[in-house]
Design a protein around this ligand. Structure first.
Ligand SMILES: NC(=O)C1=CN([C@@H]2O[C@H](COP(=O)(O)OP(=O)(O)OC[C@H]3O[C@@H](n4cnc5c(N)ncnc54)[C@H](O)[C@@H]3O)[C@@H](O)[C@H]2O)C=CC1
Ligand SMILES: CC(=O)C(=O)O
Ligand SMILES: [Mg+2]
Length: 371
């Protein structure tokens, strides 16, 4: 198969979908790999390293899209990329369709095959291609939150860990999955007073078992959320209903119950956000203030630490990319249910229920395409 790796063009997105090591594995399996010039530079990989691994370099993004049967990307295509995507081309990347109707419609129109990293799902319901980036974003959520709690950055001016004789900051984490657990670990390590909320009681039991003593768990519901938001300094949004738009757990009216300088980091922004007042921001301009509450809603948080994120992402995606390249998407998805669940749009039809439902658009069974 001919595989193309374009350079990411979203704001401050420095990750790349394939490392030279990954390119070598695909080449060893008999495939051809084209990488756009400088695509790996932001993650520390020179064009020459891809060439040594056996890949070819193409100067422009147009040439990469033009030649490739499978495009491997990191972030969802942005408007400038829509016209480059071809009929029948397999696009393997994050899409987060349910949060953005224009992208969904553009990919339907492209008649391409869209296999979304974030909905590839294992039998135990875990999301193997989301996990590594959720680990990064969860840890970063506290790093960023602690920074924006500083007064000159418009936060309350409280030190996360406190000091002897002065109480630490209070951190509230909505959603105790991968992002939430990683955020809690870092916040607890810095000495904060941490509460994790989730609707999944077995998950709360597990977290209660493994987390240090400065982490408490609390059932997630509106009543309990309203009880806590007025006393917490940093609130992290980390809920997910796979493939669907995130539920708004913090509504606009709740902001008035928070103290001035409270910091909200809505990591779930890529699925629409679990804070009603959240709108996607970029690393260039990551925050804004509403009702004296600071919002941080960067939709590609791991893009800021590409040296870590590119390796973590490609460790997870490569085995799946190899299956797609070796067998073609239809056979690979027929034989591997995990990959099949990643199919969101095929040749003009939405095949992922939560995406169709998000926009009241028709959807069809993926099985219609796999026989
Ligand atoms: N902004 C960014 O750069 C990044 C964003 N993300 C996003 O972060 C979000 C979370 O991802 P993961 O932690 O991997 O998901 P996950 O599936 O591991 O965890 C989600 C948790 O939310 C819980 N949940 C669902 N409804 C809830 C509710 N009403 N109240 C409280 N908890 C609820 C679930 O029970 C689950 O434990 C996703 O939208 C993901 O795409 C992930 C990586 C990077
Ligand atoms: C998961 C995701 O949206 C990201 O890594 O940017
Ligand atoms: Mg994202």
């Amino acid at each position: 198969m001919i595989i193309g790796v374009p350079k990411e063009i979203k704001n401050n997105e420095n990750r790349v979908a394939l490392t030279p090591a990954g390119a070598q594995e695909l080449l060893k399996a008999g495939h051809t790999v084209y990488v756009q010039s400088t695509a790996g530079l932001g993650s520390g990989f020179e064009d020459a390293e891809y060439v040594s691994a056996g890949a070819s370099i193409l100067p422009t993004i147009e040439e990469v899209y033009d030649i490739a049967e499978m495009i491997m990307k990191v972030k969802e295509p942005i408007e400038a990329e829509y016209p480059l995507i071809k009929e029948n081309q397999l696009v393997f990347t994050y899409f987060h369709f349910a949060s953005y109707e224009p992208l969904t419609k553009a990919m339907v129109e492209s008649k391409s095959v869209c296999l979304a990293y974030e909905t590839v799902e294992k039998a135990d319901r875990s999301l193997p291609l989301l996990v590594p980036m959720s680990e990064v974003a969860g840890r970063m959520a506290i790093q960023e939150g602690a920074k924006y709690l500083e007064k000159p950055l418009k936060g309350r001016g409280i030190l996360l860990g406190g000091v002897p004789g002065v109480r630490p900051a209070k951190v509230l984490i909505l959603g105790g999955g991968v992002v939430g657990t990683n955020a809690a670990k870092i916040a607890a390590g810095m000495g904060a007073d941490v509460t994790i909320m989730d609707i999944n009681l077995p998950r709360l039991r597990y977290l209660d078992d493994v987390m240090p003593a400065n982490v408490n768990t609390f059932m997630s519901n509106e009543y309990n959320i309203r009880e806590l938001i007025g006393t917490h300094d940093l609130i992290v949004g980390a809920v997910l209903i796979p493939g669907a738009k995130a539920p708004h757990l913090i509504t606009k009216d709740m902001l008035k119950d928070m103290r001035p300088g409270t910091v909200l980091v809505d990591v779930a922004v890529d699925q629409g956000g679990c804070i009603e007042t959240c709108k996607p921001t970029t690393h260039q301009d990551p925050t804004y203030v509403i009702d004296d509450v600071l919002h941080y809603c960067v939709a590609n948080m791991p893009g800021a630490v590409p040296y870590t994120s590119t390796l973590a992402l490609t460790n997870a995606t490569l085995p799946y990319a190899l299956q797609l390249a070796n067998k073609g998407w239809q056979k690979a998805c027929k034989e591997n249910l995990e990959l099949k669940l990643g199919l969101n749009i095929i040749k003009g039809e939405i095949v992922y229920q939560a995406v169709g439902e998000a926009f009241n658009l028709p959807y069809t069974s993926v099985d219609n395409f796999l026989n």
